[in-house]
Write a protein that binds this ligand. Structure first.
Ligand code: FES
Ligand SMILES: [Fe+2]
Length: 452
């Protein structure tokens, strides 16, 4: 028997790097509560807060941006969103009575209208003026395609609802879903600005969670607009140059491409598989609230499944924590990536690299917008820049452009990506079929220009 054990050699630094565990999160872009700079910025936008299928006849308690609230559908069908606690003596309105035109507290019967006006104080003497002295906090809500959107900002700055071109397409069915994550909103949002994780986490790490072709390292180009950025994610698959275009709109809206595309032929201006917001619940909890898009022809291999899209679930891998721990360890998904960064990711412990430029960019832009608001400049709204429907680009274009003898293929990919982006943008002033026809015609002309 050996008298001693070999100690492994190497330059171990665990002890000298223990300082990293004392680093703290970056509150300026992660804290969301009332009065915080980031929280006030987020409150300037319409955010989805619930799936309307969850709103029954009882009040629905929820937490958004660190505020405890109650959402309810009054008897005429209108949605109301109010502070959780009755403004008489603070009983929770989750135990309230939903009535015509508002909600009534079950403690002493004070009734509130949708805007928080006190409508009735049945236990008070008839001459009581208490109803004129106070109000219940309330927020406007709009309901659209199975989602309830709320605006929690100052009422004088209520923006128009951001109606995107992808929200009302006749050939498209929108299925809402909502999935909560026990982590800060920013790390879920940043996942969409990080195209390179698709190569590794979704394809090379264990198995192809979407399509094998994602294993190929893409060429990424970012493009800025007055409101809303986008990026092109370009790969060659045989004779096909496949350009995936993702919309990235602050504070948290993104649209990606098709989920299970097959790059085996030309495809012009395919549209997004997902329209998605990240809504903060509080500093260390958030929710993905989204629509999955289902269109004829988008899923040649039949991998989508409408029945798996809904509250707490969706039809693509790794978006929630409902897999057993061993499965999550053996084949982690997006949820495991962003939740395991911690309740609030500590940026000073990271080492950002070249492929993190999307993440760096979104943090920079977010910080600038938050600081601008703090200094009195209102954030840009989509409706400041575009008449609705707002043109977006998310989706796939596939062009048959074989490799060219004696030409650098990387340069061809880059030229193609930039031209696709230019063509998409050139049709911004058009809508519907007219816009699509122009984009498709220009893409075909560009594709055929390579034949000579
Ligand atoms: S606490 Fe609500 S009516 Fe009294
Ligand atoms: Fe992902």
């Amino acid at each position: 028997m050996s008298a001693s054990l070999d100690i492994p050699g190497g330059n171990y630094c665990g002890h000298s790097r223990q300082f990293v565990w004392n680093a703290t999160p970056d509150p300026e872009i992660s804290e969301v509560g009332p009065g915080t700079p980031c929280g006030e910025y987020l409150r300037r936008y319409w955010l989805p807060v619930a799936m309307t299928s969850e709103i029954g006849t009882l009040p629905y308690r929820l937490r958004v941006l660190g505020e405890d609230l109650v959402l309810f559908r009054e008897k005429q069908g209108q949605l109301g969103l109010v502070h959780l606690h009755c403004c008489h003596r603070n009983m929770s309105l989750e135990f309230g009575i939903v009535e015509d035109g508002g909600i009534r507290c079950s403690y002493h019967g004070w009734k509130y209208g949708l805007d928080g006006t006190i409508l009735d104080t049945p236990c008070e003497p008839p001459a009581s003026q208490v109803r004129n002295r106070s109000r219940l906090g309330a927020y406007p809500v709009v309901e659209f395609k199975g989602l309830a959107f709320a605006y929690l900002g100052p009422s004088e700055f209520t923006p128009a609802f951001p109606m995107m071109d992808t929200f009302s397409d006749d050939n498209d069915e929108l299925y809402p879903y909502l999935i909560k994550s026990p982590c800060n909103w920013l790390q879920v949002m940043e996942n969409a600005w990080d195209p390179f994780h698709v190569v590794y986490l979704h394809t090379r790490a264990v198995r192809s969670q979407f399509i094998e072709a994602f294993a190929e390292m893409p060429k990424i180009e970012f493009y800025e607009r007055q409101y809303g950025d986008f990026y092109t994610n370009t790969r060659r698959v045989g004779d096909i140059i496949w350009v995936r275009v993702h919309d990235l709109m602050l504070p948290s809206f993104t649209q990606n491409c098709g989920h299970f595309p097959v790059p085996d032929g030309s495809r012009y201006f395919g549209r997004c598989g997902l329209s998605r917001w990240i809504t903060p619940i509080d500093d260390s909890n958030s929710m993905v609230v989204a629509w999955r898009h289902f269109r004829e022809g988008d899923d040649p291999r039949g991998l989508t499944d409408r029945t798996r899209v809904g509250y707490g679930k969706t039809d693509f891998y790794g978006q929630s924590g409902d897999r057993d721990y061993e499965t999550r360890q053996r084949d982690p998904g997006d949820y495991d990536a962003w939740v395991s960064q911690g309740p609030i990711n500590v940026h000073s412990r990271e080492n950002l690299a070249f492929t993190d430029r999307g993440v760096a960019k979104v943090r920079r832009k977010l910080r600038a917008a938050i600081r601008a608001l703090k200094d009195g400049t209102n954030p840009v709204q989509p409706s400041d820049v575009y008449d609705p429907p707002i043109p977006t680009y998310g989706g796939d274009t596939m062009l048959r452009i074989p490799e060219q003898p004696e030409r650098d293929d990387a340069a061809i990919l880059k030229t193609t990506a930039k031209e696709v982006a230019r063509i998409y943008q050139s049709a911004d002033s058009l809508v519907g079929a007219e816009r699509r026809e122009l984009i498709v015609r220009l893409l075909k002309e560009f594709e055929t220009s390579w034949e000579s």
